[in-house]
Design a protein around this ligand. Structure first.
Ligand SMILES: [Zn+2]
Length: 262
């Protein structure tokens, strides 16, 4: 995880200038980039804190409590925090009381970078071999991306980034319809929070130069490939930065020290 974060942080520092991330002329003097530090123990603790609430399934007590924790934590580190509330209807008709949490550094800056993850967890483990109806704990799926961004926010509070940064924690992203479902098929049943945000931007005419979405970045020996949707819609950006972490897929489990793996 640490390696990925270092890349991300260095992208933020160098990606926002006009200089390409990798210079073609290798004989030219190398640009020294100051990379903010990233504390992996702190990020790990941010995962553990989320998991301790229990599964963060929309409308649950754990979801409510974790949402407050995330808002309070981001309020401590960031310049502004906007909570975008929405009632979103899931595939089974449940109305999900949802909150997209949007925390910003230098909100006045026109040049902005968007970093996102989702903070809700899936209400059923339908992809698992056993206990398919049990909510997942979401240490990796949901928790890890949020934890990375919380640690980045903590680092940015110590040393402010040169550009505007928006950290968006989407809600109700993983309440999608299972493959086997008694309900009529709903189109786009996943990502309800980000769909809502896309239709109702938190600021009029909001624009970010680019965005990176983190999900499932805490897998053991995770391998990150160039994600297909990013390559389809933003190939240049993916190639320019070398890595754009958009809904990364890992099949590995997540393990806490001295505890069973999830
Ligand atoms: Zn996810």
């Amino acid at each position: 995880m640490k390696k990925i974060i270092l890349i991300l942080l260095s992208l933020l520092v160098q990606g926002c200038g006009n200089e390409p991330a990798v210079k073609k002329n290798t004989s030219a003097p190398k640009k020294v980039v100051e990379v903010p530090s990233f504390n992996s123990d702190s990020a790990y603790d941010f995962i553990a804190k989320q998991v301790a609430f229990g599964p963060r399934v929309p409308n649950s007590k754990a979801h409510q409590a974790c949402g407050e924790y995330l808002i309070n934590t981001l309020n401590r580190y960031c310049d502004t925090v906007i909570v975008q509330k929405a009632d979103l209807t899931a595939f089974n008709g449940n109305v999900l009381k949802s909150k997209n949490i949007i925390a910003s550094f230098k909100p006045e800056r026109a040049k902005r970078v968007m970093l996102c993850a989702h903070w809700d967890t899936r209400p059923f483990a339908d992809q698992a071999e056993t206990n398919k109806n049990t909510p997942i704990e979401g240490a990796n799926d949901g928790g890890s991306g949020v934890a990375v961004l919380l640690e980045m926010a903590r680092q940015f509070s110590i040393k402010k980034p040169d550009v505007g940064v928006d950290i968006i924690l989407f809600d109700s992203e993983d309440y999608g319809q299972p493959d086997e479902s008694e309900y009529p098929r709903m189109q786009h049943s996943y990502c309800l929070g980000s769909q809502y945000w896309a239709q109702n931007l938190h600021k009029p005419n909001y624009f970010a130069k680019y965005g990176i979405l983190l999900d499932m970045v805490g897998g053991k020996e995770a391998v990150f490939t160039q994600e297909l949707t990013s390559m389809t819609f933003a190939e240049k950006t993916v190639k320019k930065f070398g890595i754009l972490l958009l809904h990364l897929v890992t099949v590995d489990s997540f393990c806490f020290k001295n505890q069973p793996c999830y």
